[in-house]
Design a protein. Structure first.
Length: 72
């Protein structure tokens, strides 16, 4: 199995969120999600021109970092 095949399998097994799902999760507008995506604040997977997804594990890491920052 090649490394690209392993990467494809890992991505297939991951859970991804759409812009709308992430906006609902964070109580933000989809427009705000797009702004953060364009500014580089959110790691995004572009599956096509119109389909952008966010890996749940990346989002959980961002949420944990935000909690740690808020507590300090």
């Amino acid at each position: 199995m090649t490394s690209s095949q392993r990467k494809r399998l890992r991505l297939r097994d991951d859970r991804f969120l759409s812009r709308g799902e992430l906006a609902t999760r964070w109580s933000l507008s989809v427009r705000e999600i797009i702004r953060r995506e364009k500014s580089g604040q959110l790691p995004v997977y572009r599956l096509s021109y119109k389909v952008h997804r966010f890996r749940l594990t990346d989002i959980l890491k961002l949420e944990e970092a935000a909690l740690e920052h808020a507590e300090s």
